[in-house]
Design a protein around this ligand. Structure first.
Ligand code: F3S
Length: 279
C-alpha cells in the first residue's frame, strides 16, 4: 500500500510561533505560566505543553500571578486589557494574520461600516474578531445567511482565516448586491489555502484519505470537508490509535493530510501505524 503525505500539511507559521513563545516563557520557572484556553486546537500538543509547565486556564480568575499567553486565535481585547490591569505578564501569541484581521475590523467599525464576519460563531478566533468591533459585528456562515441580512449602506467584510475561498466568493457576491458600498478584506491565510489545495489534489489521487488533527480544529474540519467533497472515503482522526484496519482493506493508495495545528510527531505516528497495518 502506498502512503502519500500531502505536500502542505501540519504546523503553520502562526502555530510554530505560538509554541516557540510558550517554550521560551516556560524556560523561566520563577513564575507560573498559563494560556487562556488552549494555545492551539490540538489536545496532544496542549498536553505536551502542560508537561513543560505551560498550564491551561479557562478564565483570568484562575491566574492570580505570572505570565499569561494569549492563544494563536487571538482574544477579546477587553480580556487582554484586564490581564494587564491585574499585573500579569501578557505574552501575545496571536497569529499575525489573525491580528491583521482584527486591525481591519477596528478600521471598518471606526469608519462607520456595518461589519460582517464570515466564520464559525462558536470559534474563538471569530468571537475575538467580533469583540474588536465592540459587539457590533454580524457573523455569517454562508451566502444564504448573508442574503438574509438587511440592506446595508456601507458594509465591510472580514473572514475567519481558515474559511474556504469558494465560500468567501459566494458571500461577496451576495453582499455586493445588498450594500451601497462594500469593502472586502480577504483575511483567509495562505497556509490555509495551500493546505486545502494540497488536500484536494491528494484526495483525487487516492482511495482513502486520513485527516489528522484536533476535533475542534476549524482548519482540520475544513480539510475533512474538502476531502469528503471529492467523493474519496475520508476519516478524521486525532491520533494513530484511532486508525481502523477495516478502512484500508483492499486499498492500494492512502493519503494523509493534517491541520495547521497538528504536530509532525503525531503525523509520523500515523504514518508508522499505517505501515504496520499495510503489512
Ligand atoms: Fe495563523 Fe494561518 Fe496558522 S492564521 S495560526 S498561519 S492557519
Amino acid at each position: 500500500m502506498d502512503i502519500i503525505i500531502a505536500e502542505n500539511a501540519g504546523f503553520c507559521f502562526g502555530v510554530k510561533r505560538a509554541l516557540e513563545l510558550a517554550a521560551r516563557a516556560a524556560e523561566d520557572d520563577s513564575r507560573p505560566v498559563h494560556t487562556l484556553g488552549a494555545l492551539i486546537h490540538n489536545p496532544q500538543e496542549v498536553a505536551r505543553l502542560e508537561a513543560q509547565g505551560v498550564h491551561r486556564a479557562e478564565s483570568l480568575e484562575e491566574v492570580p500571578s505570572g505570565a499569561m499567553i494569549l492563544s494563536a486565535h487571538g482574544v477579546d481585547p477587553a480580556m487582554e486589557a484586564e490581564a494587564k490591569a491585574r499585573g500579569l505578564e501578557v505574552i501575545d501569541a496571536t497569529c499575525p494574520f489573525v491580528r491583521r484581521a482584527q486591525d481591519h475590523i477596528r478600521t471598518l467599525a471606526a469608519g462607520g461600516y456595518s461589519v460582517v464576519i464570515l466564520g464559525d460563531p462558536a470559534h474563538r478566533e471569530v468571537t475575538g474578531l467580533a469583540a474588536h468591533a465592540q459587539g457590533k459585528a454580524t457573523i455569517v456562515t454562508s451566502a444564504a445567511e448573508a442574503a438574509a441580512l438587511p440592506f446595508g449602506g456601507k458594509c465591510g467584510l472580514v473572514v475567519q482565516t481558515t474559511q474556504r475561498p469558494e465560500t468567501l466568493r459566494e458571500v461577496v457576491g451576495v453582499l455586493a448586491e445588498q450594500s451601497r458600498e462594500l469593502r472586502v478584506f480577504n483575511t483567509i491565510c495562505e497556509a490555509t489555502v495551500k493546505r486545502q489545495e494540497s488536500a484536494q489534489d491528494l484526495a483525487q489521487q487516492v482511495e482513502v484519505m486520513i485527516v489528522v488533527g484536533g476535533r475542534i480544529s476549524a482548519n482540520t474540519a475544513r480539510l475533512r470537508e474538502i476531502c469528503e467533497a471529492t467523493g474519496t472515503s475520508t476519516h478524521h482522526i486525532e491520533t494513530a490509535a484511532e486508525l481502523d484496519a477495516d478502512w484500508l482493506s483492499g486499498v492500494q493508495r492512502v493519503g494523509v493530510t493534517a491541520g495547521a495545528s497538528t504536530p509532525d510527531w503525531v503525523v509520523a505516528e500515523v504514518e508508522a501505524r499505517l505501515r504496520e497495518l499495510a503489512l
